[in-house]
Design a protein around this ligand. Structure first.
Ligand code: ADP
Ligand code: MG
Length: 462
C-alpha cells in the first residue's frame, strides 16, 4: 500500500479536530502518529497507556471513520504506546533491540493483562473492578481511605466535598470509584455518577451545541453522589468552571455528596477560580502519598492472589524495592515478570527479574529530554516557556527556571555548562547556584518535594 503515513495521519487529525472539543483534541491527540500500515491495519502510536485507553474506548470509531474516508482500503486500527522517532529507521532499530534482548516479553501483552477490565455500568459509569476489597490500605493512603468510609456512612454530612489528590498511578481513580460502588450497595436506588472532568466538558459542549443545556443541568442536579475525576483538566477553562460551579452549588445545597480527585491540591491548581477553590477547601482534603516498601509488597501479593498465581518471595521483594513511585508501574512490572515466567522453561530468579525491570525503566528514561522538562515545568506553573529561557527575573519565573535546571541535573545528569547553555546561554555558575538552591529548599520545605514529584510525573507523561 502506497500511503504516506505522515500525510495520512495529518489529514485524519484535521477531520477529527472538527468533531472534537479543543481541550479533548489537544489532550488526546498531541504526540500521536502512525507507526505502520500493514494489510489494512493502521497502528497508531500514543504517548502513554492512559491515552491508549481513551483512544480505544472513546475515539476508536471516529478515528477509523476518518482514516477510512481517506483510504478505503483501511480495515482496522490498532494502538500502541511509543513515540515516533526522528525517522522510521530509528524506530525500527529501537524495537529490534528490545526484541533481541527479551524476545519473550511483549509490552503490549503486559499492558493487556493489567488493563483487562470488567464492563462499565452505563447508568453510573462506574467500573465494578474498583472495590474496597482489592484496595490495599497503608499509611500512604489511610487518611483518604478513612475519609472515604465516613462519606459512605454519612453522605453529604461530614466531608463535603471530599477532595483526594496524589500523583499518577497511586490509586485516586480506584478509591473514588470504590466509594461509588460501595455507596450503591449501601444505598440501593441512589443516583451515583462517575465522570472524568474531560468527559464532563465534552458533555457541556455537546449540550450547548444541541441546545439541551437544561437537560444536562437536570441530569447533574438530580444526583445523590457525584464523583469527578481529574478535575485539574476542568480548571483550564473558565466557562466550564462556571458551569461546574453552579452544579456543585446546587448539589451542595441539597446536602448531596461530591467527591473530587486531582493530581494536586486545590491551592496549587494555578488556574482554578477562587470561588471553586474556597468551596473545595471548605470540605475535606486528603492526599495519597507514596506506599512504603512493606505496603508495596502487600500490594503485589494481593494482585498475585487475585490472579491465583505465585512468584518466589525474593522476586516479589525485588519488584517492590525497585518500583517506588507508581502502583500502576508496580502492577505492570509484576505482569511482565509473570509473562516471562510463563514463557521461560526455568523459574524466574531475582537476576532475571532485575533485568526485566531495568530494561523497562531504561525504556522510560530514554524519553526524558531537556525539552520535555522545560515544557512540563512551564505547564505546571502556568508560565510561558520562552520566559524561562529569556533573561526575565520575575519571581514567578525564577523559581520554575531553577527547578527545571535542577531536574536536568538530577534526571539527565547534564553538565552545568550545558544546562546554562539551554537556558538562553547562562553561565555555568548560574546553573550550579540554581541546583544548590533547590537542593537546599528541598531540605527545609518538604512540600517542594511533592511539587517536584508532580512535575516529574508530567515529564513522563508528555
Ligand atoms: P490514579 O487514578 O491515581 O492515576 P489508579 O487509581 O488508576 O491511579 O491506580 C493505578 C492502578 O493501581 C490501578 O490498577 C489500581 O487498581 C491500582 N491501585 C492503586 N492503588 C491501589 C491500592 N491501594 N491497592 C491496590 N491496587 C491499587
Ligand atoms: Mg486516575
Amino acid at each position: 500500500m502506497e500511503i504516506d503515513k505522515g500525510t495520512l495521519w495529518q489529514s485524519a487529525l484535521a477531520k477529527l479536530e472538527l468533531d472534537l472539543t479543543r481541550p479533548s483534541f489537544l489532550t488526546w491527540f498531541q504526540e500521536t502518529g502512525i507507526s505502520a500500515i500493514e494489510s489494512g491495519v493502521v497502528t497508531v502510536l500514543v504517548p502513554n497507556g492512559f491515552a491508549k485507553e481513551w483512544l480505544q474506548n472513546k475515539y476508536h470509531k471516529a478515528i477509523l471513520h476518518a482514516l477510512r474516508g481517506l483510504a478505503p482500503e483501511i480495515k482496522e486500527v490498532a494502538y500502541a504506546i511509543g513515540q515516533l522517532g526522528g525517522s522510521k529507521a530509528s524506530l525500527e532499530t529501537r524495537d529490534g533491540a528490545r526484541k533481541k534482548r527479551y524476545p519473550e516479553i511483549s509490552p503490549f501483552e503486559a499492558e493487556e493483562l493489567s488493563m483487562r477490565e470488567l464492563t462499565v455500568d452505563p447508568e453510573t459509569s462506574l467500573n465494578p473492578r474498583y472495590t474496597f476489597e482489592n484496595f490495599v490500605v497503608g499509611s500512604f493512603n489511610e487518611l483518604a481511605h478513612a475519609a472515604a468510609q465516613s462519606v459512605i456512612e454519612k453522605p453529604g454530612a461530614v466531608y463535603n466535598p471530599l477532595f483526594i489528590y496524589g500523583g499518577v498511578g497511586l490509586g485516586k481513580t480506584h478509591l473514588i470509584q470504590a466509594i461509588g460502588n460501595e455507596f450503591i450497595k449501601k444505598h440501593p436506588g441512589a443516583a451515583v455518577r462517575y465522570v472524568p472532568s474531560e468527559r464532563y466538558m465534552g458533555e457541556v459542549v455537546e449540550a450547548i451545541k444541541s441546545q439541551e443545556m437544561n437537560r444536562l443541568k437536570e441530569k447533574y442536579r438530580t444526583i445523590d453522589l457525584l464523583v469527578m475525576d481529574d478535575i485539574q483538566f476542568l480548571a483550564r477553562t473558565e466557562k466550564m468552571q462556571e458551569e461546574f460551579f453552579h452544579t456543585f452549588n446546587s448539589l451542595f445545597e441539597k446536602n448531596k455528596q461530591i467527591i473530587i480527585s486531582s493530581d494536586r491540591p486545590p491551592s496549587t491548581i494555578a488556574t482554578l477560580e477562587e470561588r471553586l477553590r474556597s468551596r473545595f477547601e471548605g470540605g475535606m482534603i486528603a492526599d495519597i502519598g507514596l506506599p512504603d516498601l512493606e505496603t508495596r509488597l502487600l500490594i503485589l501479593k494481593t494482585k498475585l492472589a487475585a490472579k491465583k498465581m505465585a512468584l518466589p518471595e525474593p522476586v516479589l521483594s525485588c519488584i517492590a524495592e525497585n518500583i517506588k513511585t507508581n502502583i500502576r508501574e508496580l502492577e505492570g512490572a509484576l505482569n511482565r515478570i509473570l509473562i516471562a515466567s510463563r514463557l521461560s522453561p526455568s523459574p524466574i530468579d531475582v537476576d532475571a527479574a532485575k533485568k526485566i525491570i531495568s530494561s523497562h525503566q531504561a525504556g522510560i528514561m530514554r524519553f526524558v529530554t531537556p525539552k520535555k522538562i522545560i515544557r512540563a515545568v512551564s505547564e505546571f506553573y502556568d508560565i510561558e516557556e520562552k520566559d524561562m529561557l529569556n533573561q526575565s527575573r520575575r519571581r514567578d519565573v525564577v523559581k520554575p527556571r531553577q527547578i527545571a535546571m535542577y531536574l536536568m541535573r538530577e534526571e539527565l545528569k547534564s553538565s552545568f555548562p550545558s544546562i546554562g547553555e539551554k537556558f538562553g546561554g547562562r553561565d555555568h555558575t548560574t546553573a550550579i547556584h540554581s541546583c544548590e538552591k533547590i537542593a537546599k529548599d528541598l531540605s527545609i520545605r518538604p512540600e517542594l518535594e511533592e511539587e517536584i514529584r508532580m512535575i516529574k510525573d508530567k515529564v513522563f507523561s508528555i
